[in-house]
Design a protein around this ligand. Sequence first.
Ligand code: FMN
Length: 77
Amino acid sequence: MPKQATTLPVIAVGMITEFEQAESILSTGEADLIALARAVLFDPRWPWHAAAHFGAQVRAPKQYLRAQPSRLPKVFG
Ligand SMILES: Cc1cc2nc3c(=O)[nH]c(=O)nc-3n(C[C@H](O)[C@H](O)[C@H](O)COP(=O)(O)O)c2cc1C
């Protein structure tokens, strides 16, 4: 059912595993939010890795800041 069929927020779920796939769902307006289950069980930092893939930044607790990889000098903002 297309998102246009309702005024309620739409969450897409199921077999979303790739960063580009997730971004496409959101940027094309197919859904307002994506939900991940198995992809996050496999990689609990999936959202951070997605942010890094797109050159975006994440907010991390202070104690994580020293873990910023040198190849991603701006990922923690
Ligand atoms: C270990 C595990 C436990 C789950 N438990 C529930 C649950 O209690 N209730 C529910 O509605 N869906 C549950 N699901 C289904 C997920 O919410 C999700 O709809 C499904 O795994 C498809 O998304 P995915 O392809 O990102 O894994 C569970 C999935 C997994 C892998």
